[in-house]
Design a protein. Structure first.
Length: 201
C-alpha cells in the first residue's frame, strides 16, 4: 500500500513539474481561444476581407472612426509604438470603422496611411459590422440621426487574434481621471511578449 501511495505522490510531482507555467498578465486571456465567426467587410482598398485574412499572423483589432476626436488617433499612435518596440513582423493592426455612413474606403485609406499604410482599415453595413464586433467581445452604439458632427460610442479595448484566426485576448484601456481611456503602451508590450511567448508566437 505504501509503495502505491509513494508512486502516486511521485507521479503527481512529475506532472506538476511538466505542466505549463501560469500566464500572468493584465490582459483578459481566453482559454480556450474564441472562434471568430465568418464575416465579410471591405478594407480601405475596396477589397473583401474575412476570417482567412486573420490567419497566419497575430492581429490587433480595435474600433474607431475617422471623425473620432481623441481615443481613436491616440490608440492608433500607441499601437504604432507597440509595433515598433516589439519589432515583430507577423503582427497586423486592424482599424474597424464603426461609422460606415461617413467613413468611405477613400476616407479610411487617407486616415490609415497617416499611421501605417500596411494596417487594415475595414468597415461595412451595420447588419454585418455589429455581429462581428460583438463576436470580438467589443461593442459600439451610433445615433439613429446620423447627421452633422455626431459622435459614435465604442469600446476602447483592443482584441488580439492568434494565427489560427481565434480571439486570444482583450487588452483593456486604462482609466485615469481627466484623461480619455486608452491602452497603456508599456503594459500592452509586456503582456503581448508574454502571450506570444506562451502560445508560441
Amino acid at each position: 500500500m505504501w509503495r502505491k501511495l509513494g508512486a502516486a505522490a511521485l507521479f503527481s510531482v512529475l506532472l506538476q513539474g511538466c505542466s505549463k507555467p501560469t500566464l500572468e498578465v493584465d490582459a483578459l486571456v481566453y482559454e480556450p481561444a474564441k472562434v471568430v465567426k465568418p464575416f465579410k467587410l471591405k478594407n480601405q482598398h475596396g477589397n473583401d476581407v474575412g476570417v482567412d485574412d486573420l490567419k497566419s499572423q497575430w492581429d490587433l483589432l480595435f474600433l474607431g472612426y475617422t471623425s473620432c476626436p481623441d481615443v481613436c488617433p491616440m490608440t492608433l499612435a500607441k499601437l504604432r509604438q507597440v509595433e515598433k518596440k516589439l519589432a515583430i513582423e507577423d503582427i497586423n493592426v486592424w482599424f474597424i470603422s464603426v461609422d460606415p455612413n461617413r467613413d468611405t474606403a477613400q476616407k479610411r485609406l487617407q486616415y490609415i496611411n497617416y499611421f501605417n499604410p500596411n494596417y487594415q482599415a475595414v468597415s461595412g453595413p451595420h447588419k454585418t459590422l455589429y455581429p462581428f464586433v460583438q463576436n470580438l467581445g467589443l461593442i459600439y452604439a451610433v445615433t439613429e440621426e446620423q447627421t452633422g458632427d455626431y459622435l459614435v460610442d465604442h469600446s476602447a479595448s483592443v482584441a488580439l487574434v492568434d494565427p489560427h484566426g481565434k480571439i486570444r485576448a482583450i487588452f483593456k484601456p486604462e482609466f485615469k481621471a481627466g484623461s480619455v481611456p486608452t491602452i497603456n503602451t508599456d503594459t500592452m508590450i509586456k503582456d503581448l511578449k508574454s502571450i506570444l511567448s506562451y502560445y508560441g508566437g
